[in-house]
Design a protein around this ligand. Structure first.
Ligand code: KG4
Ligand code: ZN
Length: 339
């Protein structure tokens, strides 16, 4: 088992995230000593999406300065670290290799235990960084740009997949729908912002796959419904906002219905929501409301830890190192990796 603070590095996509988590400092909320983040979003915006090669190159530029800055914020030197962790997948292979190589080299030079963390386990554990953290068993809704999953968490590290998307992920549906209405990249937050000006009840889209049993999702059909509604409309700004609102309601309702189903199926009373779409205000409000009404509690990460960050990787890595896990000195990434 490791002793001492753990450095965590996230480079799976378009955010360079670095954090230091000390498992010795009481609860998870108190253990986060420092975190820094550099987002490449502005660079990729010109291309309407993430360009993998540019992402890798920017991680190369930003990672070591961020590591230095994070150590300084925590008032630590590399020699004070007790372990290192990095996102080993899933993600863009070039981007993953930047973080993996830097962190494994540090581990080699400093003779520290190292661990490669599953990006989605990082997301899943992010709510543990908040005060009054959730305790297993719980159900986790993981909704990001690449995943929409319902997971039963029997204990930290013991995960059972309850439901998955058959096509687009929830965040992907937000991004693609935003794109077809000419909203700027990244589409999810832009569409959610526009939806605030939308009037209720002017459009209505389906709640896909809620009329039959099961916990899987399918969001690609919604995009088509939005496209048809948008093409047939007057294309005014108000109509755009109205459609955005109806789209957001359809996704949020669908996610809420499936979460309630998963809680009923497992008997859990605690729900954890994480991943980029977990930052969506309507989703947070609706799940909190449903919980108050039906007797479950919904936990969310703070907004900045819904999207990709180093803190969740430092935490997940620290918990695994503490449990006695670590890797042999080979550099390994998994662009595709089941949880
Ligand atoms: O977890 P994340 O940062 O990266 C992945 O691992 O995919 O999630 C990014 C996704 C994007 O699809 C983005 O559009 C979506 O999360 N997202 C949102 C919001 N903020 C981010 N979707 C809806 N409402 C938001 N407020
Ligand atoms: Zn992510």
């Amino acid at each position: 088992a490791s002793t001492g603070p753990v450095l965590g590095v996230e480079t799976s996509c378009d955010e360079t995230g670095v954090a230091i988590f000390d498992p010795a400092r009481g609860d998870a909320a108190g253990g986060l000593l420092a975190h820094t983040l550099y987002s490449q979003i502005r660079m990729h915006a010109d291309y309407g999406g993430v360009v993998p090669e540019l992402a890798s190159r920017d991680h190369v530029r930003k990672l070591l300065p961020l590591v230095r800055e994070t150590l300084a914020q925590a008032g630590l030197r590399v020699a004070d670290l007790g372990g290192v962790a990095y996102t080993a997948g899933p993600g863009l292979v070039g981007a993953l290799l930047v973080g993996a190589t830097a962190v494994r080299s540090l581990a080699w030079a400093l003779e520290l235990p190292a661990i490669g963390v599953h990006h989605m386990e990082g997301h899943l554990l992010a709510p543990l960084l908040e005060p009054d953290p959730p305790e297993p068993p719980f159900v986790a809704l993981l909704v990001s740009g690449g995943h929409s999953m319902l997971i039963e968490v029997a204990a930290i590290g013991r995960y059972t997949l309850l439901g998955d998307t058959l096509d687009d992920a929830a965040g992907e549906a937000f991004d693609k729908t935003a794109k077809l209405m000419d909203l700027p990249y990244p589409g999810g937050p832009a569409l959610a912002k526009l939806a605030e000006q939308g009037r209720p009840g002017t459009f209505r889209f389906a709640r896909p796959m809620t009329d039959r049993p099961g916990l899987d999702f399918s969001f690609s059909g919604l995009k088509t419904q939005v496209l048809l509604a948008w093409q047939a409309s007057d294309r005014s700004n108000q109509t755009k906002a109205d459609i955005a609102r109806a789209f957001e309601e359809a996704i949020v309702d669908t996610l809420t219905i499936k979460c309630r189903r998963a809680l009923a199926a497992t008997g859990a009373r605690t729900l954890v929501v994480a991943g980029g779409v977990g930052a969506n205000r309507r989703l947070r409000a609706q799940l909190a409301e449903a919980g108050a009404r039906e007797g479950f509690r919904a936990h969310f990460p703070r907004l900045e830890f819904c999207t990709d960050n180093g803190a969740m990787i430092a935490l997940a890595g620290a918990l695994r190192l503490q449990a006695g896990e670590h890797e042999t000195p080979a550099i390994l990434v998994r662009p595709r990796w089941d949880l």
